[in-house]
Every structure is written in C-alpha cells, then in structure tokens.
Write a protein that binds this ligand. Structure first.
Ligand code: ZN
Length: 316
C-alpha cells in the first residue's frame, strides 16, 4: 500500500513496512526534503542507506550515522517503529483514552513498555500554541484523584470524583467557546493563583464566564466578566460554564475509566493527552479525521525526550 493510511486497519498494514514508517516520518520532519543531522544540524548528509536504514552526516563527530528515531520521542528505544506508530494512532484517536494494558495487548509489548511509550507519545501531544484564548471564554477548576494509598486498598475508592478534598489535585481550565481548551495543575484556588491563570490564558477584553467562587472577584477590570451562581441556577442566557462542565466530565471519564489511578505527579501528562484530542476534535468548521490527529502529533515528535528514570524516579 503506497497511499497514507486513513484508518486504524490501514495504519496496521501500512506501518508493517519499515520503509513506510520512515517515509511517513521523514516527509514531516524534513518537509523540504533536506535531511538535517540531528547532532550538528548540518545538511551535508549522505543519501539514505537502504540496507542499514540510516543516514550519515559528512562531518566527523560521534553518532554521525543516524536513524529517523534520533532526536525524537522514539530515540534510544529498541521498540520498532510499527509498534510506536500503532500506539500513537490509538492514543491520538481513542476518545476516552486507552490503557497501557490495551496498548500492550494490541501492539504486543509488555505493559511496562506500553506505559513508558504512552508517556513519550504524550510529549508529542502537548499543545504548542501559546496564543491566548479570546471571544467568549469559560473558566473553572476541578478536583481530580486523591487518596492514592486508599485506592489500592479499596476498589470502590478507585473511582475518581470531583468535589473537593484535601488530597486531591486541583486543575484549572479555560475554554474558548467553539475553540480550544487549556488546563493547568494548580496548588490552590486562592485569588492570586486563579487570576494569574486567567490572565495567562485569556486575552484581556474577552467575555469571561465563571461560577461564583470569590477568587474570581475583581476580574471585571480586565474582562467582561459575568458570574453564574450555581446555588441559584446553572444557565442564564450566555452566562454559564457548561462547556467546561462537559470538558471535565470527558476528562474524568477518560481518567477513571481508563487509567485506574493517576498519580498527581503525572496528571499534567494525561491532561495534555485529553486536551490534544479535545482541541483537535472534528467540528463543522474543522472536520479533522483520525489521520489528521495522528499526522499533527507526528509533526511534534522532534526534540522531546523523557527517560524511564525521570518518569519513575528510579533507574530502568
Ligand atoms: Zn552532523
């Protein structure tokens, strides 16, 4: 098959050929066709060696022979590209997320390997757009997880709920209606913290909607801020946070259904994953496909790396 894949089934067939994997990645990494040495950035690089499947930099330095994996999230991994790309297809496209057990089974790696692969893939799913949200923007916070120790003792506690609690992680979210979402893990819900988040992510002058939490008081100086008091009602015309509510329920469904327990330390990685799928969902104006979501993540694989030791705090 020469045409690029459009479905999971086509991806399995297409990426079974290692040269298809390399071609798919190379045309995205080097769109103008000029291969750049990932070590010294020289463009004086030999033609692709079809038997070794590598390139050779003409400058003499260590690691002058390199594969497509070098300098990407796949670097120094013995896992073959077909497995990497299948895992990536699944993670970028499964609406509620996919567990490391499922990846392990479908891609034929151990669960530990799948877990590590997924964390690396999430690096390619980080939002690289740093512009602020504008127009009509909803802001809200939620609580996730907590009681990690108890969760192992009592399966009933494994559900991740969201109405407060000392040992839960707080997440701030902002959502542009008809547009993108942002999330941040925050330490508290004090005024300084939340208002800094709002100012960092929302363009001054935007219409801002929040609930009646006192920490949002005072934002009317910079925003057309309107408050919905949930003690009274949930919607008052345009004044509501229903978009954020939907986003949180999608997030929690993903986390509680798929990732039995998420340690607070790793939560931001799961947020990256969920936000990526949400922000790249198909809409009427922007009918993105599975192939598009996969393609866009592939374009973000370069220059990112996380080691097993960094993820677990212990050596491999
Ligand atoms: Zn070089």
């Amino acid at each position: 098959m020469k045409r690029e894949p459009e479905s999971l089934q086509e991806a399995v067939t297409y990426f079974a050929d290692p040269d298809n994997c390399i071609n798919y990645l190379a045309v995205r990494r080097w769109p103008d066709g000029v291969v750049i040495c990932p070590t010294c950035s020289s463009n004086s690089v030999s033609a692709f060696n079809t038997s070794r499947r590598t390139w050779m930099c003409s400058t003499h330095h260590p690691k002058r022979e390199f594969s497509i994996k070098v300098g990407t999230i796949f670097a120094e991994s013995p896992i073959s590209l077909d497995k990497w790309l299948m895992a990536m297809w699944m993670l970028t496209n499964c609406k509620n997320g996919v567990s490391s057990c499922e990846i392990a089974k479908d891609v034929k790696v151990t669960q530990k390997t799948a877990w590590f692969m997924m964390h690396r893939i999430r690096l390619a799913m980080q939002d690289e757009a740093f512009g602020k949200l504008s127009g009509e923007v909803e802001v809200d916070e939620t609580f996730i997880g907590g009681k990690a120790r108890n969760m192992h003792l009592d399966k009933r506690e494994r559900r991740i709920t969201g109405t407060g609690g000392k040992d839960k992680t707080i997440v701030f979210g902002a959502l542009e209606r008809g547009g993108k979402a942002r999330t941040m893990v925050i330490g508290d819900r004090k005024r300084g913290t939340l208002q800094t988040c709002v100012k960092e992510h929302v363009e001054a002058g935007s219409a801002l909607y929040s609930d009646a939490l006192a920490s949002y008081d005072g934002l009317a100086q910079d925003y057309a801020h309107q408050v919905i008091d949930h003690a009274e009602k949930y919607v008052d015309g345009k004044i509501h946070t229903n978009g954020m509510d939907n986003f949180w329920s999608l997030l929690k469904r993903g986390i509680s259904g798929t990732y039995v327990s998420v340690e607070p330390f790793h939560l931001f990685r799961y947020l990256d994953e969920q936000v990526y799928r949400y922000n790249n969902r198909a809409t009427k104006d922007n009918p993105l496909t599975d192939a598009d979501r996969f393609d866009m993540a592939v374009r973000q694989i370069v220059g990112k790396r996380v080691t097993f030791a960094e993820l677990t705090g212990k050596p491999n």
